[in-house]
Design a protein around this ligand. Structure first.
Ligand SMILES: Cc1ncc(COP(=O)(O)O)c(C=O)c1O
Length: 327
């Protein structure tokens, strides 16, 4: 199969770039130092590649992701780095499952659901999930009293991931991790799980880094000068040309737009609508021409699509189902 045979918009992964990204990360954070986050790609075939690079433990964001990873035989050590109340779906899985908890309710749900191990999730500065550091010890005691194994703490410094200056990311991470260290002292356990693509080499406290975007990357992360390159694009077809601009068939229903409009090589993107991207090309384009559109945010982009086409040049090497979609 060739690129020319694909229906557009089609989600493409450059095989060689993906491989280089996985290799670069495995060199920086070998084995269990990285717990790749599957929410970035929602694809067990890609997770299998990460496992082949030596990372056997994975991070998930949804129950569905945990179920899918377990069913795919990738359940060596799955962390659901999120609060869930439907933990009963996790108890019977053929996998080692650890769940984040930040309240009495989520501890109770884990215990009742048959989950055996938890991490105490600590708010380290991102106003999302996580308890106050002062509450972490009490929650750990509560979890142990309910028969749960407490493996340690997690704290995601997501508010810092896209800070453009490396020094700001470093200083912010240092501060965030002071909160997590305080919580860890009260909780105990061997695991301190934190970090992401923007702080993968800056977080000095974490025993494991939860990066996910590094594998496929996006234009937002590409601005940070990290040692990872964009591997993910959308193949689109030019469907209309007007004086000064052109339109391709790749709109906001095919693209995560919360980090801004996508990029097109040799063009300035004006805006996206449902099924269109309008852009000003540097050189004239004909209707029917095909082009690459580079998404600004990898995670929601992938979640819109059913499959990833793994490509080298004009050749489609493989088709990987985005099989961890849904909830
Ligand atoms: C809990 C958690 N850990 C880690 C990550 C790391 O992701 P990324 O590689 O995109 O920085 C995320 C992303 O949002 C997250 O929510």
């Amino acid at each position: 199969v060739k690129l020319a045979d694909l229906t557009t918009p089609a989600l493409l992964v450059e095989a060689e770039v993906l491989d280089a990204n996985l290799r670069a990360m495995a060199a920086a954070l070998p084995g269990a130092r990285l717990r790749p986050h599957v929410k970035a790609h929602k694809c067990t075939a890609l997770a299998r590649r990460q496992a082949a690079f030596g990372h056997l433990g994975f991070t998930c964001a949804t129950v569905r992701e945990v179920e899918g990873m377990a069913a795919a035989g990738l359940g060596h050590d799955l962390l659901l780095a999120n609060e869930v109340l439907d933990a009963h779906r996790l108890g019977g899985l053929d996998a080692r499952v650890t769940v984040a908890v930040d309240s009495g309710e989520t501890v109770e749900a884990a215990a009742r659901g048959g989950v055996r191990e938890v991490l105490i999730d600590v708010n380290v500065g991102l106003p999302r999930c996580g308890c106050a550091p002062e509450d972490a010890g009490r929650l750990a005691e509560l979890a142990r009293a309910r028969g749960l194994g407490v493996r340690g703490v997690m704290g995601y410094e997501g508010h810092l991931m896209l800070a453009p200056e490396r020094e700001k990311r470093a200083a912010g991470t240092e501060q965030a991790m002071e909160r997590l260290a305080r919580a860890h002292a009260a909780v105990g356990g061997e695991v301190v799980s934190a970090g992401g693509t923007g702080t993968f080499d800056l977080n000095r406290l974490a025993t494991e880094i939860q990066a996910g975007s590094y594998a496929l990357m996006d234009t937002a992360y590409a601005k940070l000068g990290l040692p990872f390159r964009p591997a993910l694009s959308l193949l689109a077809t030019v469907i209309s040309v007007s004086p000064g601009y052109a339109v391709a068939d790749c709109g906001l229903k095919a693209l995560g737009m919360d980090h801004g409009a996508p990029a097109i090589d040799g063009a300035r993107v004006w805006f996206c609508s449902d099924e269109h991207v309008t852009f000003a090309p540097d050189a004239a384009l004909a209707v029917g021409a095909r082009m690459r559109v580079w998404p600004a945010h990898v995670d929601p982009t992938v979640a819109y699509h059913e499959r990833l086409f793994v490509v080298a040049g004009e050749e489609v090497l493989d088709v990987w189902p985005v099989d961890l979609r849904g909830w």
